[in-house]
Design a protein around this ligand. Structure first.
Ligand code: MG
Length: 241
């Protein structure tokens, strides 16, 4: 019997960015720089300050929109309309979206220590990733590139289902795919609102990861629920289970 749960859990569900891999400001900057280069190559010069403001708004959009996840082609087209005052063709949008995909996948690096933890946990538990990102294909490609995908039974991405954490839908979706109730799941994530509140409201046991400095997070609200445990490195999770 573990120290964290009354009964041993059936599944461990991980957030991706800043939980299994680092995705800090330098990663955001790298992706935005690649997006800026792609926009410049297709449409010409643009207002850099306006671009940064729009990207910032993009990142928080799901949290201001009932946790509805954005669609990558749509937000890319809206960027072009705002920055260049023209309607891009579908081919132009595809070209910029492809550059975003490549930049995202290239920016993320894996770590042997993470793979070792997943290797230790697999077999004992079902393992899943539940990530907020507008493009599910980007997350899957990245998981494969960093070597995490073979350890996972299930991958659920907000972009594929239209709703972002902390909305209940992504949590229900991952439980359905794992065929296990939320009460049998340990969720590991970094974001106070998306992960801690989302997982707790869904009825999961929640472990908060505090290793990395995420580019965005949310301050606790008065009635917020606390994580059941906090860790500073993924290796600490094994002892908790
Ligand atoms: Mg995260």
């Amino acid at each position: 019997m573990g120290r964290l749960c009354e009964h041993p859990p059936s599944a461990i569900v991980f957030d991706y960015g800043n939980t299994l891999v680092e995705f800090s400001q330098r990663h955001v900057d790298r992706c935005d720089a690649a997006l800026g280069r792609a926009l410049g190559a297709v449409f010409g010069a643009y207002d850099e300050a306006r671009f940064r403001a729009l990207r910032e708004a993009n990142r928080f959009a799901p949290y201001r929109n009932g946790y509805r996840e954005s669609r990558m082609p749509e937000i890319t087209r809206d960027l072009v309309v705002d920055l260049f005052g023209c309607q891009p063709s579908a081919a132009e949008v595809d070209r910029v979206v492809a550059a975003r995909f490549d930049a995202f996948v290239d920016a993320i690096e894996g770590e042997p220590a993470t793979l070792a933890v997943l290797d230790e946990l697999r077999g004992r538990f079902s393992l899943a990733v539940l990530s907020n990102y507008p493009c599910g294909r980007s997350i899957r490609e990245s998981l494969e590139r960093v070597g995490i995908l073979p350890f996972l039974d299930v991958v659920v991405v907000s972009g594929d289902i239209g709703y972002a954490k902390p909305h209940p839908k992504p949590f229900a979706e991952v439980c359905a795919a794992l065929e296990c109730p939320a009460s049998d799941v340990v969720f590991v994530g970094d974001n106070w609102l998306a992960d801690v509140q989302g997982a707790r409201r869904a009825g999961m046991t929640m472990v908060r990861m505090r290793r990395f400095t995420p580019p965005e997070d949310f301050a606790p609200a008065p009635d917020d629920l606390a994580p059941h445990a906090t860790i500073g490195h993924l290796t600490e999770l094994v002892a908790l289970l």
